[in-house]
Design a protein around this ligand. Structure first.
Ligand code: NDP
Length: 295
């Protein structure tokens, strides 16, 4: 069956994700529409990948509609703009790292128009988006999740994690764990540097030992020790995710003091280092706290 998909939000993630929808559409005879607030980016996408730069009204007619925006608040804005143009039967797959409460509200709101809503955030970074190997964690009813599996052309792995909101909850906890591991490794390395140890050698040991993590293996050597801090995922977005994680903790009256402290540290880093810097630049705050560069 030929399907029209639409992708809303061609940011660092959305741009390469939508390229896979274009490839899938070309292989199956379907159509891939794209929309971006700054239209030039949609036009550039169309030129590069053969998608169609459409307006929101046209995107509302797609059978499967994807969004990947900074927060659930921007998704709300787009839903409001599309309003009456939405067509019954559409499945809205939101790949934003959003808020579980918003997912439940958005699903209810859209169901009044006959539109299904699935929270389907992604993990794997911009490199995973380019490679089409993202992990997608989906919240929603099984039949609806199964109905869009073949359309998730940017995915390496699709995991149905529970009801509406569960995808966003899992994503927030995953990302606060990234924040914990990155911060803790940064503290350890700064202290070793002050101790007179070669930080590169210490990192090599850790990456061959039990203290390693994705942050130590794939971020610190490449982004911090090189002093490059390339912006692929901003500090502001990671602090936002840590905030959602703490809302998840609060929603069950949980006790998670390490996660709470991590939120405070990343909010401070976003304020002091800059919310538009790469998330790895959080370690520059640790460097200031210890008067020690991690290099
Ligand atoms: P970017 O900042 O690169 O892109 C944001 C996109 O949202 C742009 O297309 C921007 O449009 C659009 N946008 C912003 N505000 C509005 C608005 N008010 N109305 C309509 N569109 C708007 O973000 P990312 O791609 O990095 O992140 C997107 C989501 O994916 C976030 O929830 C993030 O947490 C998550 N994520 C990010 C990862 C990463 O490695 N970067 C990895 C996994 C998840 P414009 O071009 O006009 O500014």
């Amino acid at each position: 069956m030929t399907i029209t998909t639409a992708f809303i939000g061609l940011g660092a993630m959305g741009f390469p994700m939508a390229a896979h929808l274009a490839r899938h559409a070309q292989a199956t005879g379907g159509r891939a529409l794209v929309w971006n607030r700054t239209r030039e980016r949609a036009v550039a996408h169309a030129a590069q990948y053969g998608t169609t730069a459409a307006d929101l009204q046209d995107c509302a007619q797609a059978e499967v509609l994807f969004s990947c925006l900074p927060t659930s608040a921007q998704v709300d804005e787009v839903i409001d703009h599309m309003g009456a143009h939405l067509r019954p039967g559409t499945v809205w797959v939101d790949c934003t790292s959003g808020h579980p409460d918003s997912a439940r509200r958005q699903r209810e709101h859209l169901s009044a128009r006959g539109v299904s809503f699935l929270d389907a955030p992604v993990s794997g970074g911009t490199s995973g988006a380019q490679a089409g190997t993202l992990t997608v964690m989906v919240g929603g009813p099984t039949a609806e999740v199964d109905s869009v599996r073949t359309q998730l052309a940017f995915a390496g792995k699709v995991i149905h994690v529970g009801n509406t909101g569960a995808g966003f909850a899992v994503k927030a906890i995953n990302n606060v764990l990234l924040a914990v591991n990155l911060w803790a490794a940064g503290e350890g390395l700064a202290v070793l540097g002050r101790h007179g140890v070669n930080v590169g050698a210490a990192l090599e040991v850790i990456n061959a030992s039990s203290g390693r993590s994705n942050a130590s293996e794939n971020l610190i050597g490449q982004r911090v020790l090189t002093r490059e801090f390339p912006v692929t995922f901003t500090l502001g977005l990671l602090a936002k995710d840590a905030g959602i994680a703490l809302d998840v903790v609060e929603s069950v009256k949980g006790s998670a003091p390490v996660l709470a402290q991590t939120l405070g540290l990343y909010r401070a880093a976003a304020q002091i280092i800059g919310e538009n810097e790469d998330h790895s630049a959080a370690l520059q705050l640790i460097e200031r706290m210890n008067a020690q560069e991690i290099k």
